[in-house]
Ligand binder design. Structure first.
Ligand code: URA
Length: 433
């Protein structure tokens, strides 16, 4: 079938066959479809949505367009976790060594910062010497030796996604849920982990703030991943305020180390625990809060992190004394009035840190790892006028930015309920998965 015939069928709202979807994917990877044709497909898919069968076939085609590592053939109980992204979301940094310390190996190919959110790969690069690039052999060695490997997708993984993503970015089709599903899973499933837990964020700092849409995304991803042979479930978790006490690359690495020493804040550790228990359950392993607590207090999880960092090139001096500097200009964020903290504009908080250099305002820009926000309050808490809501760590004084960040905190007279950390679970929908 010719590309324009396939495009006309999707334009008219038909469900494409497996062969038709395969033609789109090979057109993207071998260059036989032009950017204009791919853009037309993406726009038609965004407008008409994709049926579950089309989403699965697109995911599978994009996955098969590149290298697949099939690691579960060699590493039993291999787990993975993915977050749709948020502000202060350092869950992967804590969960990976923690779950590994409980006997389940973890592989993660993670992303860079996107928009107002930071990426795990960028955060970990705050560690001197550490590199996020490894190939299958190095990954296997690390999994056999220590049970942890966290890197970025190589150029050989899901090349069809690279082309399609670049076109989505220019055509207003990034937000389409089936396209997001195929894009994320085509890279995630390439390692061949046997179980995957998805942390789908909702609230003001999430990419998809609306809980109904977030649940739709979770449902699509869970269905497609299970059908493609990876035991997958999702937890919808709160991102209506930063997770934990710190936002910023170096600061989040330091906070993760605190968590691994058993000194993490309750909200962050609550999400880490829920996702850890969930991914273990997908492997048929009953992990209790006590097991997780023991892995932390014994120092095993902390040791796993340091051993992982060494395997990925961290400087010996840093490993002996894991400290990182924050930017030197400290700016207190003082509450302008008394009241309850009713809401936080977490997206603008994230963008404010990007503006201060603590994220990429344009592709390829250097990140200032020391820029940070300490977040001292929680939604629902009573606040006194003049109380510190948090503190910014900047390279230069910036009153305008301070005021912008302060305006993200909504204080009012009415009490509000603190948001639930874990809002719901979306389980496997495939019998036997
Ligand atoms: N991350 C991806 O890799 N793809 C998307 O479509 C959205 C987030």
């Amino acid at each position: 079938m010719l590309p324009f015939e396939i495009l006309a069928r999707k334009r008219d709202g038909h469900c494409l066959s497996g062969d038709e979807i395969a033609a789109v994917v090979s057109g993207a990877s071998d260059g036989s479809w032009s950017d204009a044709q791919l853009a037309a497909f993406l726009m038609a898919a965004a407008i008409h949505q994709l049926e579950p069968s089309e989403t699965r076939q697109l995911t599978e085609g994009m996955l098969r367009s590149g290298e697949e590592w099939r690691l579960r053939d060699e590493v039993p109980n291999l787990c993975d976790k993915h977050s749709t992204g948020g502000v202060g979301d350092k869950v992967s940094l804590v969960l990976s060594p923690l779950v590994a310390a409980c006997g389940l190996p973890v592989v993660m190919l993670t992303g860079r910062g996107l928009g107002h959110t930071g990426g795990t790969a960028d955060k970990l690069e705050a560690i001197p010497g550490l590199t996020m690039d490894f190939d299958r052999e190095h990954c296997l060695d690390m999994l056999h030796d220590n049970g942890v490997a966290i890197g970025v997708a190589t150029a050989e993984i899901a090349p069809a996604d690279k082309r399609l993503y670049a076109i989505r970015d220019q055509t207003g089709t990034v937000e389409s849920l089936p396209l997001i599903t195929a894009s994320i899973l085509s890279k995630k499933l390439a390692t061949g982990a046997s179980s995957l837990v998805l942390d789908v964020k909702t609230g003001s700092g999430a990419f998809i703030p609306d809980p109904v849409r977030a649940e739709q995304l979770a449902t699509m991803m869970v269905a497609a991943a299970n059908e493609l042979g990876c035991h997958t479930s999702a937890l919808l978790t709160d991102m209506s305020q930063p997770l934990g006490r710190w936002v910023g690359h170096a600061a989040e690495v330091l906070e993760s180390l605190e968590c691994l020493r058993g000194e993490g804040p309750d909200d962050l550790m609550g999400v880490v625990s829920a996702l850890s228990v969930e991914v273990a359950a997908l492997e048929g392993v009953d992990l209790s809060e006590e097991d997780l607590g023991e892995a932390l207090t014994s120092g095993r999880a902390y040791e796993k992190f340091l051993r992982w960092a060494r395997a990925q090139g961290a400087d010996e001096r840093w490993l002996e004394d894991p400290k990182l500097d924050l930017a030197p200009v400290e700016v207190d964020l003082l509450a302008p009035r008394s009241g309850y903290l009713q809401a936080v504009d977490t997206r603008t908080l994230g963008f404010s840190l990007v503006e201060a250099g603590g994220g990429r305002a344009r592709p390829g820009a250097q990140i200032d790892m020391g820029v940070a926000l300490r977040y001292d309050v929680r939604i629902g808490e009573p606040i006194e006028a003049g109380q510190a809501l948090g503190r910014l760590y900047l390279r230069h004084p910036n009153d305008r930015l301070r005021d912008k960040v302060l305006s993200c905190f909504a204080l009012g007279d009415d009490e509000v309920e603190p948001p639930a950390l874990v809002q719901r679970r979306v389980g496997p929908t495939v019998p036997g998965a």
